[in-house]
Design a protein around this ligand. Structure first.
Ligand code: PLP
Length: 365
């Protein structure tokens, strides 16, 4: 869709990246780190003092202080953390339960590891997990469950009660959990992010995955990290060592300093909540129906009742005819879906959102 958007000079609300700049303070920190000579390989698991800072931040946010030496690994974005975790923890022939719509990297990595992806659909239109369906699906071969909260592409978030159910099931069936938490700082409406790390029994059998790209508007820097028990970390690092070895040293130095100021990540939820609210306010008169987005920087809009086009056709039509690019939700499903939903990224400057909303308001039933 980004290519189609570029070909048609369209406003691009398709791919999930901000169109505003990284904080000048953070850029200056990277610049300083380079000038101070921090330009050679970092230790394989990440700079020790950055891991200390992550450890303290985790304790502050989730009430659990991971061991910086043995339980935290800095990775080349969340993508590498997901890849390494699935590769390390899954044996050929084992099953992984994942929930559609799902982020696109999970399924292919499960297959690469020789595993069997078992796709379940989140309920519509609130995109919750149907736990009875999960219970019915768990088999002797199930090894892993992958969750993602706040959730791309729907913006739904898992509440505490769901995490408690998940913890019970994971314990009962001896399952591992991979928790993709890249939008952990972007959660709205006074909700609190429910990290797997908050739950004592669950964190022993979980990998929590974070991304600095999402948190600091720097998706192109590709730095993230994972937190997992010492035993799981030891296995995952065996993959990390030969996939990437170590991650950009000056960027790690800069992030370590920047992370020490809580305001640099604590202000993010409010920042994006305001963007969501102003985008929705601009759409008040439109025929598009917004679904609830309580986290991430994505908003689903339904065009149900407006026309009969499938979502891929609708997304292309909107780009070609009106110059506005989005993502059809069906690409996040393994099986066919006929939801009439497009995903719009609102991590954009106000003027971009105003132009996008003007277009959406022009398309009437
Ligand atoms: C749910 C989810 N997981 C993982 C990633 C990948 O994050 P990173 O850019 O840090 O590799 C993304 C990026 O869009 C995402 O939306």
């Amino acid at each position: 869709m980004s290519k189609l958007a570029a070909d048609h000079g369209a406003i691009n609300l398709s791919q999930g990246f901000p169109d505003f700049e990284v904080s000048p303070e953070l850029i200056a920190l990277v610049d300083n780190a380079m000038k101070q000579g921090h330009n050679q390989y970092a230790p394989m698991a990440g700079l020790p003092w950055l891991r200390q800072v992550i450890s303290k931040m985790t304790a502050d946010r989730y009430g659990y202080q991971p061991n910086a030496e043995t339980e935290i690994t800095v990775t080349s974005g969340a993508t590498e953390a997901l890849f390494g975790s699935i590769m390390a923890l899954l044996h050929p022939g084992e099953e992984v339960i994942l929930f559609d719509p799902s982020y696109d990297s999970y399924d292919p990595v499960i297959r690469l590891a020789g595993g069997i992806p078992v796709h379940l659909n989140l309920t519509y239109p609130d995109f919750r997990i149907d736990w009875q369906q999960v219970r019915d699906t768990i088999s002797g071969k199930t090894r892993l469950i992958i969750i993602n909260t706040p959730h791309n592409p729907t913006g739904s978030t898992l509440p505490e009660e769901d995490m408690i159910v998940l913890q019970g099931l994971a314990e009962e069936h001896n399952l591992l959990v991979i928790s993709d938490e890249v939008y952990e700082h972007i959660i709205f409406d006074e909700k609190t992010h429910q990290s797997v790390l908050k739950f004592e029994a669950m964190r022993k059998r979980s990998v929590a995955i974070s991304s600095f790209g999402k948190t600091f508007h720097a998706t192109g820097w590709k730095v993230g990290y994972l937190v997992a028990s010492e035993a799981l970390t030891a296995e995952i690092r065996k993959i990390h060592q030969f996939v990437t070895f170590s991650v950009s040293t000056p960027v790690q130095h800069a992030l370590g300093q920047y992370l020490q100021h809580k305001k640099n990540y604590d202000s993010l939820a409010r920042f994006y909540e305001q963007k969501r609210d102003s985008f929705l306010a601009l759409l008040e008169e439109a025929d598009w129906r917004p679904l609830v987005s309580s986290g991430t920087y994505f908003q689903l809009l339904s065009y149900d009742g407006m026309n009969d086009k499938g979502d891929q056709e609708m997304a292309e039509y909107l780009t070609r005819k009106y110059g506005l690019a989005s993502i059809p939700i069906s690409v996040f499903y393994h099986d066919n879906t006929d939801h009439k939903l497009l995903r719009f990224c609102f991590a954009k400057q106000e003027e971009t959102l105003i132009k996008a909303a003007e277009i959406l308001c022009r398309i009437r039933i």
